[in-house]
Design a protein. Structure first.
Length: 324
């Protein structure tokens, strides 16, 4: 769902932003509005971002190689991180610069009706793109709230498009505010204030994206409920009596690595232990299909070893904290 919905949202956003960018640059050429120039660069940056996300999604589907035995799933996170950098530098910083210049050297707008008309049209197109992304995200987020969905999402495309479209809609309203007041008052400072506001908005969104994609790049575990499903699947209370410790890691949005030490019966033969491991892997893959790489280490449970800290990655004083 995340991949298909994300691709649909990306294509819709790319089509809308390319059309909007052309209209904004035309409006800037006829009016000289810095808000329109900043918004044109913003839409152009968004278009480039959507291309980056589409390329990242395509490259992440490459088959595993000897050099990259776990595949390329996390390449989607790299491209999402690049998107946040582009949004910050090309979109946000450029808008701040243009806003400052317009406030320092204000001038009246020429042909003010051009930017007003383009902004109204752009709001309609951007609303269509946002509606598409919103509809796909509703299917993907389940019962979680929107802030939790942005933090928890393992597939970056939908959250990125949602944040970009939200920022674009707010930015268009800010640009309309600046251009409108400039047309009414004849004071170009309002156009500069609108442009500065757009820059601050874009930088704020870029920072959120940087923080979220950085966490994904470092490596996040599965969500708590998924970890619980894996634990339940591993233990059959017959050949596998408990999970001594376990770690999960997302190799990509739809690829999960599971490494666990499981307790088996001391009297079981090697053949029985091997069969127990095979059965446990089958149960895990049935319960959590995205668990692609599963590594299980059999052991005999010892309360004394557990008290001494048998898990080399455990946090002192308690279990390792779950990823957001």
């Amino acid at each position: 769902m995340s991949t298909e919905g994300g691709t649909k949202a990306l294509v819709a956003a790319l089509a809308a932003n390319l059309g909007i960018a052309v209209g904004k640059f035309v409006a800037f050429a006829f009016s000289g509005s810095s808000s329109m120039l900043a918004e044109g660069v913003h839409s152009l940056a968004d278009s480039g971002n959507q291309v980056l996300l589409l390329v990242g999604g395509k490259r992440s589907q490459r088959a595993a190689t000897a050099e990259h035995p776990f595949g390329y799933g996390r390449e989607r996170y790299i491209y999402a991180f690049l998107v946040s950098i582009v949004l910050f530098s090309v979109g946000g910083m450029f808008a701040l610069y243009e806003g400052y210049e317009k406030i320092a050297h204000p001038h009246e707008l020429d042909n003010w009706y051009w930017p007003i008309g383009v902004l109204v049209l752009a709001i309609g197109l951007e609303a269509w793109s946002f509606h598409t992304a919103y509809g796909e995200a509703v299917k993907d987020k389940g019962g979680h709230g929107w802030p939790a969905y942005i933090r928890r999402a393992k597939a970056p495309e939908l959250p990125v498009v949602l944040l970009e479209d939200t920022g674009a809609l707010i930015g268009l309203v800010l640009a309309l505010f600046g251009v409108g007041l400039t047309a009414i008052t004849g004071d170009g400072v309002w156009d500069g204030i609108g442009t500065l506001s757009i820059g601050v908005l874009l930088i704020a969104i870029a920072i959120v994206l940087v923080l979220e994609t950085r966490s994904l790049l470092i490596g996040e575990s599965a969500h708590e409920e998924v970890v619980a499903e894996i634990r339940d699947a591993l233990v059959d209370h017959d050949s596998v009596t408990r999970v001594i410790h376990m770690r999960t890691l997302h190799l990509g949005p739809e690829e999960l690595l599971v490494a666990a030490k499981i307790a088996v019966n001391a009297e079981d033969t090697a053949a029985q232990v091997a069969q127990a491991i095979d059965n446990a892997e089958t149960r895990v893959r049935r319960a959590v299909p995205i668990a692609r790489a599963i590594y299980l280490e059999p052991d005999v449970y010892s309360a004394e070893k557990e008290a001494q800290g048998d898990d080399p990655y455990a946090t002192p004083g308690g279990p390792a904290p779950a990823a957001h």
